[in-house]
Design a protein around this ligand. Structure first.
Ligand SMILES: Nc1nc2c(c(=O)[nH]1)N[C@H]1C(S)=C(S)[C@@H](COP(=O)(O)OP(=O)(O)OC[C@H]3O[C@@H](n4cnc5c(N)ncnc54)[C@H](O)[C@@H]3O)O[C@H]1N2
Ligand code: MOO
Length: 403
């Protein structure tokens, strides 16, 4: 049987083009929205600050009452801590002791910091205060003007942005109770193989691990991972598992059953000798070469990953994550550090995926060290998949997918 060996980059582009996931909008309470992707822009319902606010601990004054340069002594007519409540207007010819964050009284047009006065910053409010000023303070000195930080209707974040702690804080500060996020994509994983068991308790049985691994990867990428479904190597079992998965999900992943063997149940059920609703290829990629994709009942997209745990992990990060979208899907070029683990013969023309660990190099710029091993074992310590031999890669550099 001859199969083409498509370029993994082309395969990724094909899947991104063909698979569009729903992007329904879901309002999520601001405090629970961390990590979600915005489905729409967020604008401020109010100005920040709403009223003029002192930016320094000191005294609110009218600049016309000051001699500058020179010394001015004014009676202190009020004490204004940062507290809720009405703020009386500043009595002309007086100063009001004010704390950072307190509303500046009507009539005051500057705050003089306590350091420029003879007042004890921590003592009781003085009866009078003397300022020694070198220059006349500019209007609104140490006053945060209404709308200075955010104006009403200003864009806080755009559709497609990921909600970070900064936006959670900003939204709370402005009274935005819920954020318009994309509904999480619901993904089912169907693992296949008669040998798979919860515990490896008999000869030939293999502890099922792809389900937990892919659920973890999906959650890390902001998707909702439904409980994994298991099918044996028989068509009726797989058909049942796939239709259960399709009924409930935006996207289905399968692992295993896509090799060249008689028991490769996914391929024989859905490939050209079966329903023909999925297509399969052996990509110029090691590991993770065998891949497939198609559509299930109702048009639900399905991506077929190899059963080998390392093949499933690599395939997920190269082909599924980009379909889910988001910044994490980007591959970046990183300099290679320690490559002593790259010992296997690497025929040209294929991309070789190895486990790697990122660290700052001697010049502070990031480098990646290769970890020894071709299977899942090195991924216990890896924070990157390193793609060696990818077209367009300069010597001493590799494309890297962060885990
Ligand atoms: N004649 C050929 N044979 C194979 C080729 C080839 O080109 N010609 N390619 C090899 C490559 S590369 C891969 S990858 C595998 C792909 O095979 P499958 O996707 O059908 O995977 P399985 O045979 O079902 O399983 C492979 C391996 O992984 C273990 N496994 C499977 N699922 C799980 C799971 N959920 N949790 C833990 N471990 C799992 C399974 O027990 C097998 O050991 O084909 C090669 N063969
Ligand atoms: O592509 Mo397979 O995952 O090399 O073992």
């Amino acid at each position: 049987m001859s199969e083409t060996r498509p370029d993994p980059q082309h395969w990724r582009d094909l899947l991104r083009r063909e698979i569009t996931l729903p992007s329904a909008l879901e309002q999520v309470p601001t405090q629970q929205a961390l990590g979600r992707t915005l489905a729409a822009e967020v604008r401020s319902p109010e100005a920040m600050p709403v009223v003029p606010i002192a930016a320094m601990d000191g005294f609110a004054v009218r600049r016309n009452d000051l001699t500058a340069p020179g010394r001015t002594t004014l009676p202190v007519s009020a004490e204004l801590p940062a507290r809720p409540g009405e703020v009386p207007a500043l009595v002309p010819g007086t100063a009001a002791r004010i704390m950072t964050g307190a509303a500046v009284p009507h009539g005051a047009d500057a705050v003089i910091e306590v350091e420029a006065s003879d007042a004890d910053p921590f003592g009781p409010v003085p009866a009078r205060v003397t300022f020694t000023l070198d220059v006349r303070p500019p209007a609104q000195r140490h006053v945060r003007a209404p709308g200075e930080e955010v104006s009403r209707g200003e864009l806080l974040a755009a559709a497609g942005d990921r909600v970070g702690p900064g936006l959670v804080g900003l939204a709370r500060a402005l009274g935005v109770a819920a954020l318009p996020t994309r509904r999480r994509c619901r993904v089912s994983v169907v693992v296949t193989g008669d040998e798979l068991t919860a515990e490896a308790d008999s000869p030939g049985s293999v502890r099922e691990s792809n389900g937990a691994m892919l659920a973890a990867a999906l959650r890390a990428d902001g998707a909702e991972a439904l409980p994994p479904l298991h099918s044996g190597d028989d068509h009726s079992g797989l058909r049942a598992a796939l239709s259960r998965a399709a009924a409930d999900s935006d996207l289905v992943l399968t692992t295993g059953g896509i090799g060249h063997g008689a028991f490769d149940v996914v391929k024989t059920l859905l490939g050209e000798h079966g329903s023909g609703t999925s297509c399969f290829a052996h990509l110029a990629l090691r590991p993770g070469g065998p891949q497939g994709w198609g559509r299930l009942d109702g048009g639900v997209p399905v991506v077929h990953l190899p059963g080998t745990p390392v093949g499933a992990l690599v395939g997920y990060h190269l082909f599924v994550r980009p379909v889910l979208g988001g910044a994490a899907a980007a591959e970046v070029a990183v300099r290679l550090g320690d490559v002593s683990a790259d010992t296997a013969r690497r025929p040209p023309g294929a991309v070789h995926a190895m486990a790697g660990r990122l660290r700052p190099g001697e010049d502070g710029r990031e480098v990646v060290d290769l970890l020894p091993g071709r299977r899942l074992a090195p991924y216990g310590r890896a924070d990157a998949i390193v793609l060696l031999g990818a077209p367009g890669t300069e010597d001493g550099w590799a494309r890297v997918v962060r885990l």
